[in-house]
Design a protein around this ligand. Structure first.
Ligand code: SF4
Length: 434
């Protein structure tokens, strides 16, 4: 199953380079889309991470935020209007004043209802949290990953982001400031025990009682798998299901699944905005947009991104147009991850062709008991939840491999240490045909 998924995911992440500068596609002011903003700066570059990020430098970040604001204005001039904002990274809170100014601009130009941002535990500082709350942030998602000191040390996070006791204290202080406080955990880390994950789940849901936890399986892109092997141990997936089932069993009843890996105490926003929003616009270096069946990627070179946008163009340098069937498969993967798909809505979206076109997918997943039909909705079963975790893991690994390939093209902007790691992996990536 994993091999089949890898082939399919590679197809989705094969974006062709555009040889010329293109303008931002035209938007429809009547439609309020999701806006994703990418902030590619981190103080520490964690070994397990394949997001598009570079080391934080204050002047560079200020220049970047200023360009991001220019791109928000360009998108507005092109007719786009946004109802929700998701800011990811990197570490969006690397410069809170710049972030707040950017959010204020986006809200002035758009009918924004919800703002969700990612952060790290060391940025949970009361003065800065108040600035974010006043800037309209509803949901704060904290990348904790683990509450075990040994694992935090292996992930090179303990020194910069705090030890377990410090993180717990900061989370407890933050709980209640925003509509939703989400904590990200990773399961299936090389030296992680089942007890360790259970302890983390207990602390977060029974002690601190955060609004939401997202439990991600370890996702080893080709390059990060190499780095993890050296610094954290071998990456294998044979314990993944045991971890996942144990988490489902351990969660208190008050936490219900919002997606296959996100669990909330009440109705909450979730991380995977691509589940709920078929079309979305991504602004910033390396950001992806999906509009009318075409996937766009902005330049991963921060220099080039700044040059393009400052000259009044979009940052887009790659794109891929999906066939109708591939769009339906993409919808199938994303919407089922949200646990329930309304049959009438989905068939209306595809002129009654959805189930007919994807009959093989439906037949296979019904046969193994992953999907059931209650007449009105297709519903993911508990077994299906794990299959979707597996499929999303493979999808994000493919996206990460694409990002790594893009990063190889911007060597002059990377630190020597990161560059060395990437270069070692280049041959592997080429062999894998990614
Ligand atoms: S895990 Fe978060 S903090 Fe670490 S490098 Fe990735 S984006 Fe940055």
């Amino acid at each position: 199953m994993t091999a089949v998924l890898r082939r399919l995911d590679r197809k989705y992440t094969r974006l062709e380079q555009i040889g010329h500068v293109i303008d931002i596609p035209k938007g429809d002011p009547e439609k309020h889309l999701m806006l994703y903003l990418h902030v590619p700066f981190c103080v520490v570059l964690c070994p397990f991470c394949s997001f598009h990020r570079v080391r934080y430098k204050k002047d560079r970040a200020k220049q970047y935020f200023s360009t991001l604001r220019k791109e928000i204005r360009l998108a507005h001039d092109a007719g786009f209007r946004f109802g929700e904002i998701y800011v990811g990274g990197g570490t969006p809170t690397c410069n809170v004043a710049e972030l707040a100014e950017t959010l204020e601009l986006a809200q002035r130009l758009n009918p924004i209802r919800q703002v969700s941002i990612e952060t790290n535990p060391d940025d949970l500082v009361m003065d800065e949290l108040k600035i974010l709350r006043d800037a309209g942030v509803n949901r704060l998602s904290v990348g904790v990953q683990s509450l075990e000191d040994k694992l935090l040390h292996e992930m090179e996070r303990q020194e910069k982001y705090g030890n377990s006791a410090e993180i717990r204290e900061r989370l407890a202080m933050t709980q209640g400031i925003f509509d939703t406080l989400n904590v990200d955990l990773i399961f299936n880390l090389p030296h992680q025990s089942l007890d360790s994950v259970m302890r983390d789940v207990d602390i977060l849901t029974r002690e601190i009682e955060v609004d939401q936890i997202s439990c991600y399986p370890l996702m080893g892109a080709t390059t990060t798998t190499l780095r993890m092997k050296r610094e954290m141990g071998n990456v294998t997936y044979n314990r993944e299901r045991v971890f996942y089932e144990a988490i489902l069993d351990r969660l208190p009843e008050t936490y219900q699944p919002s997606s296959a890996w996100c669990f909330s105490k009440h109705q909450s926003l979730i991380d995977e905005y691509i589940i709920e929003h078929e079309d979305y616009v991504g602004l910033g270096s390396g950001a992806m947009s999906y509009l009318g069946g075409t996937l766009y990627a902005a330049s991963f070179s921060i220099n080039r991104y700044i040059r393009l946008v400052e000259a009044g163009h979009s940052g887009i340098t790659r794109m891929s147009r999906f066939s109708d069937k591939d769009q339906m498969r993409y919808n199938f993967l994303m919407t089922f991850f949200g646990l329930k798909v309304n049959k009438a809505q989905m068939e209306k979206r595809w002129d009654g062709r959805f189930e007919k076109t994807l009959w093989q997918e439906f037949a296979a997943f019904k046969l193994v008991g992953a999907i059931r039909d209650d007449g009105e909705n297709w519903i993911l079963t508990r077994k299906g939840m794990y299959y979707w975790v597996l499929m999303m893991r493979e999808f994000f690994i493919a996206v990460s491999n694409f990002r790594d390939l893009m990063r190889l093209g911007i060597k002059s902007e990377l630190d020597p240490e990161d560059l060395e790691e990437l270069s070692k992996s280049a041959t592997l990536l080429a062999k894998a045909g990614k």
